[in-house]
Every structure is written in C-alpha cells, then in structure tokens.
Design a protein around this ligand. Structure first.
Ligand SMILES: [Cu+2]
Length: 264
C-alpha cells in the first residue's frame, strides 16, 4: 500500500514537471502540491461526470414538464462534507505543520551555515560571520562603496567577516540560516530547488532556513518585480559544497575589514 502510494506520488510529480528538488523540507512542499492536485483532479472529474449526467438525466425529452420540487436525496451534502474533510486534513496535517516548521523552528545558528543577505537594485550582497561565528555590528551611516554592509570598524566581531556578492556558498546536509533584508525596495529571495521564497523588506531582518541535500549550483531569483533591472537579479547563485570544498573556499577568502575592500 505504502509503495503504491509513493509511486503514485512520484508519478504525479513527474506529470506536473516539478523542478529539481535539493532540500530536506522540500519534499513536504512537493507533497502538499501533489495532494492539492489530487483533490483538484477528483473535483474536476467529479464535476464533469455530474455535468454529463445532468445533461442526459434532465433532458427535455425525458422531462417534458418542469419538476418544481427538484432533488430529493442528500447525496450532494454528503459529497460536500467529504470534500471539506479532505481539505481539512490537507490543511491541518500537511500545510500547517510544514508552515510552523518553516517560520518557527529555526536551526541553531552554531550548527548552521550562517549567512546575511542584503538585496538591492539589482544584486545580492552576501556576508559570512567569519571564524568567530558572529557578525560584527553594522551602522547604516557607514555604508559606502567599499563597505556595503556598513560594518562598524570599532566592533572586533566584524574584523573577520567575509563579504561577497551574488554567490552564496553553503554546505550540503547542514542547515543554512539566512538573515535577509533589503537596502531599497521590496525584493524576494527565491531558490526553487530549495523550495524557499522569502520577501526582503527594507528595515526588517527576516530569517529563513533550509537544509540542502545535493551538491550543485542553483539559481537565486528575485520573486518581486523590483524595478527595471529586476531580471538581472537572476545572477545570484547558491553553491552547495561539500564541507571540504566549503572550508577550502572559506580559507581562501580575505576578511573585509571596514574601510578596506577585499572582495571583487
Ligand atoms: Cu529584486
């Protein structure tokens, strides 16, 4: 039974042409999409069958005289109750738990790849906390062309921060915790293969998390029409490395001391 269910589910995923999946919670997102489609298919077929039945059953040759009472049984009420029950099950047992996990159960920053992402017209600025695992303080008055994050030179925690743009390096099978904000308008951080989408809002630092499961390079898209160069934000990439690759890459980076510029 379980096997039949799984193969039905995978078959539906193929039929829908679902994009490559490379994150842990993404399977639950896909399940939700598949279950909703099953319900919609059932309703679509059901309604059409009913429509065809009605055309024949109430054709004027069979009913020369109008019937003023109409349907006498309660079949439609029972069907409505069943549909409402199925919807309640999908909502309460699939959608709500997944949403709760997404917005409430954040991974421990110490066990995660911690990244700060600041969107702006039209690119993504990236910052890693460096060896100490903590971001240095920021002050927006310090933002300049060579200090895009406004890292405060007086804060020792900022000395080892690494900054970059448009490419985020993360580690496979390790939670990724992103702190997302925007410098100008509302953007939206979307990585389809990770099944994450989160608006980047000026003045807010919003956390999002996912655990990548496959090494590879995945496109980041901006999912809010944010200006004329909106499409250019597709230059963003998420690179999922093995731990060794990541460590090697990180070791080759020079910290961005405030006031200096060490990134490309
Ligand atoms: Cu944008």
């Amino acid at each position: 039974m379980g096997n039949l269910f799984d193969s039905l589910r995978h078959g539906t995923e193929k039929l829908l042409g679902m994009p490559v999946l490379a994150s842990k919670h993404g399977e639950e997102v896909d399940n939700l999409i598949v279950y909703v489609h099953w319900l919609m298919i059932a309703l679509f077929v059901g309604w059409f069958a009913y429509f065809a039945y009605v055309l024949l059953r109430f054709h004027r040759t069979r009913n020369p005289k109008a019937d003023y009472i109409g349907v006498r049984n309660h079949a439609s009420n029972y069907i409505e109750v069943v549909v409402a029950l199925v919807e309640a099950v999908i909502l309460l047992f699939v959608a709500v738990p997944l949403w709760a996990k997404t917005v409430d159960q954040f991974p421990d920053p110490k066990q995660s790849t911690l990244v700060q992402v600041v969107a702006h017209q039209f690119a993504w600025d990236i910052r890693y906390p460096g060896k100490d695992g903590e971001f240095g303080a920021q002050d927006m008055r310090l933002v300049s062309s060579d200090n895009s994050f406004g890292i405060d030179p007086k804060d020792a925690k900022g000395k080892d921060d690494i900054t970059d743009n448009n490419k985020i390096h993360v580690v496979v099978d390790k939670p990724v915790l992103i702190q997302l904000s925007s410098k100008d308008v509302i953007h939206s951080f979307k990585v389809i293969s990770m099944r994450v989408t989160q608006d980047a809002i000026p003045g807010m630092r919003i956390q999002l998390h996912f655990t990548p499961t496959k090494v590879g390079t995945y496109q980041i898209n901006c999912a809010q029409l944010c200006g004329q160069g909106h499409a250019a934000m597709g230059v963003g990439y998420l690179e999922v490395d093995t731990q060794e690759e990541f460590d090697k890459w990180m070791a080759a980076q020079t910290p961005t001391a405030p006031g200096g510029n060490s990134f490309e």
